[in-house]
Structure formats: C-alpha cells, structure tokens
Design a binder for this molecule. Structure first.
Ligand code: FDA
Length: 306
C-alpha cells in the first residue's frame, strides 16, 4: 500500500514540487545521490574506486518531453565521460543511461531520437574506453529499450541492458540475452506494474530472480547481479562457483549496504556501485523510499528533528 502510494507520487508533478521545495529533504536525498553536479560525481567516484569498488554513473533525469532537454542530457554525459577519462577512472567507471531521458517519450520520432542520442553517448564512451548500460524503466518501454539495445550493439557490442525479475517475460528475455559478449544487469524492478505483466508477490519476484540468474549464469554472457538481498547474493555466488571471478559482477546502489559492498570487493569480487548525480533526483529518490518503508520513517524523522 505504502509502496504503491510512493510510486504513484513519484510521477506526480504537484507532490514533486512539494518534496523538492522542502529544504529539509536535502540531507536525506544525500544518502542516495552523490551531489548536484559533475564535480560531486567525480569526487564520489574517486572515493568509491579507492576501496576497490567499481562504479556506474547515472546523470539523473527521466520522462523528458522536450528535445532540447534530451540534448542537454546527452551533453551532460559527454562532459562526464571526458571528466572520467581525465581523472583516470574510465577503466573502472562506466555510465548508465535512461532512454526516456534522451528522448524515448518525445511525441514525434521519440525512439529514433533516443537511438541517435544513445549512439552519441556510446561513441564517446568507446573513445574513452568505457561501457554504457541502458537502464530499464516501466514495462511499456521494455520492447522499445531492447530494440534500441539491439541496434546499438551492432556498432557497440559492449552495450549492456537491465532486465527486471518482476516481469513475467524476463526469464525468456534472459534466454535471449545470455549469449557471448552480452552484459545483463538483473534487478528485481522498481516501478508500479500491473498483475497482467508482473509478479506482485515479493516471494514470487525472488523466485523469478533465481530462475533468471540460473539462465544468465549458465549462459555465455556477463551477468551483473544487481541486488542488495543477502539471500540472492548468496545464491548468485553459489551459481557462479564454476565461473571465473571476472566473468560476472555484483552491483548495488550508492548509499545502500555500503559495508556489504566493501566486503564483496575485499573478497575479490567485482562489485560495482550505481552512482546517481544531478538535480533531477525526485523520481529516483521516491523509488528508493518505496523500496523500504524504514526509509520513509528515516525521512520523516529527519524532517521532524530539524
Ligand atoms: P529488496 O528490495 O528485497 O531489498 C533487500 C534488502 O536490501 C533490504 O532488506 C534492505 O536491507 C536493502 N535495501 C533494498 N532497497 C533499499 C533501499 N531503498 N534503502 C535501504 N535499504 C534497501 N530497477 C529498475 O526497475 N530498473 C533499473 O534500471 C534498475 N537499475 C538498478 C541498478 C542497480 C545497480 C541496482 C542495485 C538496482 C537497480 N534497480 C533498477 C532497482 C531494483 O529494481 C530494486 O528496486 C532495488 O535494487 C531493491 O531490490 P533488492 O534486490 O535490493 O531487494
């Protein structure tokens, strides 16, 4: 109930204004987001890399209805990639991109514009020697995102995708993408989805995650295990026991279970932190609140004690 209320709020302009205007929100937001600009992102990347973790950076933004804003997002990624190279981080830090931030929802030629914009980001990533992973948004975008992935992979075979275990289709998508050279980030899924397409029960989502993991770990691709769930991490480690440590990786979000992130890295695992930055933090932040009711209490407590 709380989850669906928060997820509905994550797409409400009125509530967005209210949350964003409250200065007391800021300290709580900081737990999940590295900062407003590229300087903050580079500084946090340096801190995370220093203890042996890897990074994927997300320039925050989504659901863009304005072509100029989509172009602005591309330029922000180009600047970020240049800064990663300059700092000497491009071998350990990649970028994650939401296609809805680079034009997928534009009313005219949205998919075409998103493809061209993503292509520009991939070209720049290739030049600096890093990779791009396409985030996955709600289920209405899955076919479009996987279609754009296929197009991009013709020129940039290292482009990765995210698949969401809560979707009933995902086990088959994992089979389709478990081929050599394919990078797949498997997560549970963070949006509000109808029962017609998605498992609603947490236990069912977890079982689906394990089925998908089995497919990816048995395949020839590069699985990216994106979860903070201790049971799923243990199962992934078990399923990967026949694989070399550099043929898969664990991934977690910035600000969530940082000690476990460091433990996995110290144990010789590839461990990547998803690091968002920028001032368009609202949707991302609300999804993090929705994932864990305790975060809402933490948020309210911080507001009340100021
Ligand atoms: P689950 O929600 O069951 O959490 C397990 C445990 O982790 C909790 O008990 C708690 O300890 C901790 N935890 C989880 N979330 C927390 C939070 N917000 N605050 C504090 N503690 C928390 N989704 C999507 O739809 N599209 C995408 O592209 C991505 N991309 C992505 C990249 C990466 C690297 C990660 C790790 C996750 C995503 N996600 C995503 C989000 C994902 O779908 C999911 O919503 C979250 O990862 C939470 O699910 P868990 O697997 O962690 O399990």
């Amino acid at each position: 109930m709380l989850r669906s209320t928060l997820l509905a709020a994550s797409r409400s302009g009125a509530i967005r204004g209210l949350v964003e205007r409250t200065p007391l929100t800021r300290p709580v937001v900081k737990r999940f987001i590295s900062g407003d600009d590229v300087d903050a992102a580079i500084a946090t990347t340096g801190e995370v890399l220093a203890d042996g973790r890897l990074v994927t950076l997300d320039h925050l933004g989504e659901d863009t209805r304005d072509a100029a804003q989509a172009t602005g997002t591309v330029e922000a990624y180009l600047e970020l990639l240049g800064r990663l190279q300059k700092a000497g981080y491009a071998d350990r830090a990649e970028v994650s991109v939401k296609l809805s931030a680079v034009g997928q929802f534009l009313p005219v030629d949205g998919e075409k514009i998103a493809l061209e914009n993503a292509r520009r980001i991939c070209s720049a990533a290739g030049v600096v020697g890093t990779t791009v992973t396409l985030d996955m948004e709600d289920h209405t975008t899955t076919d479009s995102t996987l279609g754009i992935l296929r197009e991009l992979r013709v020129d940039f075979p290292w482009v990765g995708a995210v698949l969401q275990a809560y979707l009933k289709r995902t086990e088959q998508d994992c089979r389709d993408l478990a081929h050599a050279g394919s990078r797949v980030r498997l997560c549970k899924g963070a949006y509000q989805e109808p029962a017609s397409v998605a498992f609603q029960d947490k236990a069912e989502v977890d079982l689906s995650y394990v089925r998908c993991l089995k497919v990816l770990m048995a395949g020839k691709g590069y699985p990216m295990v994106a979860s903070h769930d201790p049971r799923l991490i243990a199962i992934a480690a078990d399923l990967a026991s026949e694989r070399s440590k550099d043929s898969y990786e664990f991934q977690m979000l910035y600000g969530i279970r940082p000690e476990e992130q460091r433990r996995l890295a110290a144990d010789g695992n590839r461990m990547r932190v998803y690091l968002p930055y920028g001032d368009e933090w609202y949707g991302y932040f609300m999804r993090r609140l929705a994932e864990r009711p305790a975060n809402v209490a933490f948020f309210l407590r911080a507001m009340l004690t100021k």
